[in-house]
Design a protein around this ligand. Structure first.
Ligand code: MG
Length: 379
């Protein structure tokens, strides 16, 4: 374990926000709609000649949570940066504490908090995984498949992903695209770990229908009900043999604690960008680990910067299930890091061993996909 105090207090000198738009290889279709590009803010925290990096995960429309690409920028600039510039930070954990007066907006907070963690990792010369005491150097990779035009097309794609070495397939489901495609996949790939993500497309009234999925031996069903319906998830879990997993419902450490106490899930998808950053993600890890509830690391179609951050987190011992952690080429023809992430022969991704998140955005590649950049300096 590294003593973070060795890097001293961080007096942030400047924060840069560069808007990046990366075209997706294939449009990604879920019950929330269709995405053709991944637009995000590349956040840089600058001090003492060291830069820490993170990428934002809010989407352009508030279909995943209430935050958007635009609100994130507005909240960061108007409300969060003045608080970070106000006084030096004693360490990365101080960010969440400093930003606590601002209600919610976990994605906006995470974009800054994770860049500060990366800054500390680089200043100390340690990867975040090593800092947190993680012993794993690689993590099993899983892949998400958006909705396909037809079941044969879905089965073909699934076969291709299995051949590439992915150990777990997850498909997006919604009423009308659930039982049949999952049955077809189960038939085509009898031993594959198969998951289903509904992104809140169902209600508790669908319990009879969802119970039919029990016979397919799914690893889990992710977020079937509304994000605010923890009680309904608990009621549904009591009626299903298949473990439920929560994603959109878990936006804070308190949400995770409540879900565990209520029995609303038997697994949690942790995305550091969704819960306010690495600090809250580490706290959720500690809670779930004690409760014996397995975790896995989800994805928000991140570029290599966010992917590297997720891999640091996914190396922790409580992350026992394969994450939505794929090779860069799965989503992008060109990533903004070099080299891009590739799947190992064993169907894993290596946890970057360099300092901080372990990768650095390539300035020329960032420039190629940049929509503009602004830098704010400490007053
Ligand atoms: Mg999900």
């Amino acid at each position: 374990m590294t003593d973070w105090a060795a890097a001293g207090a961080l007096a942030i000198e400047a924060v840069s926000l560069q808007e990046v738009s990366l075209p997706l290889v294939h449009p990604f279709v879920s019950s929330r709609g269709r995405e053709i590009e991944r637009r995000f803010w590349l956040v840089g925290v600058h001090a003492g000649g060291v830069a820490g990096w993170a990428e934002s995960v809010a989407q352009e429309e508030p279909l995943y949570s209430e935050e958007t690409h635009a609100t994130l920028h507005q909240v960061v600039v108007a409300h969060l940066l003045p608080r970070l510039f106000a006084a030096p930070l004693a360490g990365p954990r101080a960010v969440a504490e400093r930003l606590r007066p601002i209600r919610h907006h976990p994605m906006a907070k995470a974009a800054l908090e994770m860049a500060v963690w990366d800054w500390y990792g680089r200043a100390l010369g340690t990867s975040l995984a090593a800092w947190w005491g993680s012993m794993r150097t690689e993590v099993p990779a899983g892949v998400v498949m958006g909705m396909a035009a037809s079941i044969p097309e879905l089965v073909d794609t699934a076969g291709a992903r299995a051949a590439e070495g992915y150990r777990r397939l997850k498909i997006k489901i919604q009423p009308g695209w659930d039982l049949e495609p999952l049955q077809a996949l189960r038939q085509a790939l009898p031993t594959m770990a198969l998951w289903a993500d509904a992104n809140s497309a169902y209600t508790l009234g669908d319990v009879g229908h969802l119970a039919q999925l029990d016979r397919l031996g799914l690893g889990l069903i992710e977020q079937p009900l509304d994000p605010d319906d923890l009680l309904d998830h608990a009621a549904l879990q009591r009626r299903l043999a298949t473990p439920l997993c929560l994603d959109e419902s878990i936006r804070s450490v308190a949400n995770a604690r409540h879900a565990l106490q209520l029995g609303a899930c038997r697994a949690i998808n942790v995305k550091p960008g969704r819960v306010g950053g690495f600090g809250p993600a580490l706290d959720i890890h500690a809670l779930a680990y004690r409760a014996g509830v397995p975790l896995w690391c989800g994805g928000m179609l991140e570029s290599g910067v966010g992917r590297a951050a997720n891999l640091q987190l996914a190396s922790l011992p409580g992350f026992t299930l394969p994450g939505d952690l794929s090779a860069s080429s799965r989503y992008f023809t060109q990533d903004i890091i070099e080299p891009p992430f590739q799947l190992t022969a064993g169907g894993t991704l290596a946890v970057p061993a360099g300092p901080g998140i372990g990768v650095t955005p390539d300035a020329a590649l960032v420039q190629r996909f940049s929509q503009g950049a602004v830098e704010w300096h400490r007053p």
